[in-house]
Design a protein around this ligand. Structure first.
Ligand code: SF4
Ligand code: SF4
Length: 351
């Protein structure tokens, strides 16, 4: 049984993301923060800051050390992480790839193949200003957090070709011209790749709904309320009509490669049932109810009640229970320096 702090040790024992996944996000200077997973990005020793040669991050000291630990059954580098997104079943297929399977079996720390799954934030820029945004600390400077052109070019040339799946999010990925161009580049040059885009849905018409429907995207459209008032309160923008007009157009055109995700916050909780009704009333549409993780378990009761009530459409209406309540964050911060020190010593020893 692997060591490490996790609610479900069986699940963590199956997590081999370091062998197939790379996540890339911009720093304020436009450099790239590269990790194997968003969930453990808070830990300095799990991430690499790259100015150029982003491909080298894949076999960097930090990534190799994670693989060494995994081959010893030690997931200590994930200690304190919230694996709330339950990536394991969705990503099972990567463990069946012969290169990945063989590398794990041979306990390799340096890999000859590139990442199979890339999650990338080209820019944190966004047209909204949600009070619940987990990127709130950078809200006054969001647009500065955009990957430099040379890094995006490197990603296009050296990282994307080996990947089968690409996830693009933000900020709002259709907000900056640079991010839109990046999306268009992937669509034109790699029509065979699975591309998933997480968007707030308010700029889809500007990018072009026809263009979207003619491409290989899978869209997750986040919605923040079920009427204009709630939207204004949460996002501070008057975009309810635009978002739902875009969604309605996609539904009417029978666009299947999408899901709509409702963010349940204390300012939108009263709209949650209406969202469930919306999904129930649109056959073929997939929906997701996800609570604001900074509000902890506050609305889990409501979610459980609705999950039971809409059990007959559970195959297309899912519930994601998140919990990053302040208590958990504080515990992690207290624990972090001790663990980081131990990790540093161990890592130097292994060099
Ligand atoms: S934080 Fe969780 S999901 Fe991420 S690599 Fe660790 S165990 Fe896997
Ligand atoms: S739409 Fe998303 S990225 Fe933009 S401010 Fe709201 S939560 Fe943040």
């Amino acid at each position: 049984m692997p060591k490490g702090w996790m609610r479900d040790k069986e699940r963590i024992a199956c997590c081999y993301r370091s062998y197939y996944k790379m996540t890339i996000a911009p720093t304020k200077e436009g450099n790239a923060v590269v990790t194997t997973c968003w969930n453990n990005i808070f830990r300095p020793e799990d991430r690499v800051i790259i100015k150029e040669n982003i491909k080298d991050a894949w076999n960097s000291k930090e990534f190799r050390f994670q693989r060494k630990l995994i081959s010893r059954g030690d997931w200590g580098f994930c200690k304190g992480a919230s694996c709330a997104f339950d990536p394991f079943r969705r990503e099972d297929k990567f463990l069946d790839y012969s290169e990945v399977k063989n590398a794990i079996a041979a306990k390799k720390d340096s890999l000859e193949y590139g990442p199979k799954l890339i999650a990338i934030i080209p820019s944190h820029g966004c047209n909204c200003d949600c009070y619940s945004c987990f990127q709130a600390p950078m809200k006054n400077n969001r647009i500065k957090y955009s990957l430099k052109d040379n890094l995006l070019k490197e990603i296009e040339e050296t990282i994307i070709p080996s990947a089968e799946n690409v996830i693009i999010s933000g900020g709002e990925p259709f907000f900056t011209q640079q991010s839109r161009s990046f999306i268009s580049w992937i669509v034109s040059n790699h029509p065979d790749k699975h591309v998933a885009i997480n968007t707030n849905g308010s700029l889809l018409h500007e990018y072009g709904l026809d263009k979207i429907m003619g491409s290989n995207f899978f869209l997750t459209i986040a919605v923040y309320g079920m009427n204009a008032n709630t939207y204004q309160t949460v996002t501070k923008r008057n975009i309810f009509d635009i978002v739902f007009r875009n969604i309605r157009t996609l539904i009417d055109c029978r666009y299947k490669r999408m899901q709509v995700a409702f963010l349940l916050t204390e300012k939108s909780s009263h709209d949650t049932e209406k969202f469930c009704e919306f999904i129930a009333g649109n056959e073929g549409m997939n929906g997701l109810v996800r609570n604001n993780w900074y509000e902890g378990t506050k609305f889990w009761g409501l979610m459980h009640r609705l999950e039971e009530k809409y059990a007959d459409i559970s195959f297309r209406l899912k519930f994601e229970y998140q919990n990053e309540a302040p208590f958990k964050v504080i515990c992690r911060r207290l624990y972090n320096p001790i663990h980081s020190f131990k990790y540093l010593v161990q890592n130097s020893y292994n060099d």
